[in-house]
Design a protein around this ligand. Structure first.
Ligand code: SAH
Ligand code: DHB
Ligand code: MG
Length: 218
């Protein structure tokens, strides 16, 4: 599902609201050249992540699913002085591109890129109290990632999950693939879990019809 008007509006928002920055163009160009899938967040979504992180004064951030580093740079730049983002990537080919992205963006000092399966890396992070988490990796494991993010968070932390709507699959009982089931489950989980307060918003744009789940840790 995609319409030209969604692209036009995203282009309009980019032009009016997002300061042009060659760093992000460079990340996307090198990602494409290296054959990475074009599934990063959009610029206005990246800026949304940055605004959210900034608004809670985040210093310790966590990202699950780095790809070429597009969203990670948005988050890292939004952190309070001395802040640090741990971003986890399972695919070595993606991590190579991301590391170069962080060097070029001048954020190597504030990003800790961990290569490996997220479920292997997350148990190593228990000494940190995370302020802001962005979950955007293999969708079937999202319920487990949400549980980890809550356990690693400080009270008042914010957790954002990408791709919960999946062109409406989340509410289509006929769709029963592992990703759709997991996103349905993660909403049910978020609605029931007394440790968090959560909502979700549908989005359209140049990356199609999708949505974010947002949760605040009590
Ligand atoms: N957040 C990025 C996009 C991430 S795409 C952005 O918006 O710019 C999803 C990424 O998750 C891919 O790079 C994929 O390799 C990675 N991934 C998939 N399974 C994973 C796992 N089990 N652990 C860590 N990363 C994983
Ligand atoms: C896919 C993954 C994403 O994180 C995304 O934003 C869009 C698509 C995918 O795996 O197809
Ligand atoms: Mg995503």
């Amino acid at each position: 599902m995609h319409t030209p008007v969604w692209d036009a509006v995203d282009e309009f928002f980019d032009r009016t609201l997002v300061t042009p920055d060659a760093v992000f163009d460079d990340v996307l160009h090198r990602s494409e050249a290296a054959g990475l899938p074009a599934i990063s967040v959009t610029a206005s979504q990246g800026k949304l992540l940055a605004l959210l992180a900034e608004s809670i004064g985040a210093r310790r951030a966590l990202e699950i699913g780095t790809l070429g580093g597009f969203s990670a740079i948005w988050i890292a730049r939004a952190l309070a002085p001395g802040g640090r983002l741990v971003t986890i990537e399972a695919e070595p080919r993606h991590a190579v591109v991301a590391r170069e992205s962080f060097a070029r963006a001048g954020v190597l000092d504030r990003i800790d890129l961990r290569e490996g399966q997220a479920l292997d890396v997350l148990p190593q992070l228990t000494d940190t109290k995370i302020d802001f988490t962005f979950i955007d990796a293999d969708k079937p494991k999202t319920p487990a990632y949400l549980d980890w993010a809550i356990r690693l968070s400080r009270p008042g932390a914010l957790i954002v999950i990408d791709n919960v709507v999946r062109e409406g699959e989340i509410a289509d009982a006929a769709k029963a693939d592992a990703s759709a089931l997991a996103m349905r489950r993660v909403c049910e989980q978020a609605g029931q879990d007394a440790r968090i307060s959560a909502t979700a918003v549908q989005t359209v744009g140049s990356k199609g019809y999708d949505g974010f789940l947002l949760a605040r840790v009590r």
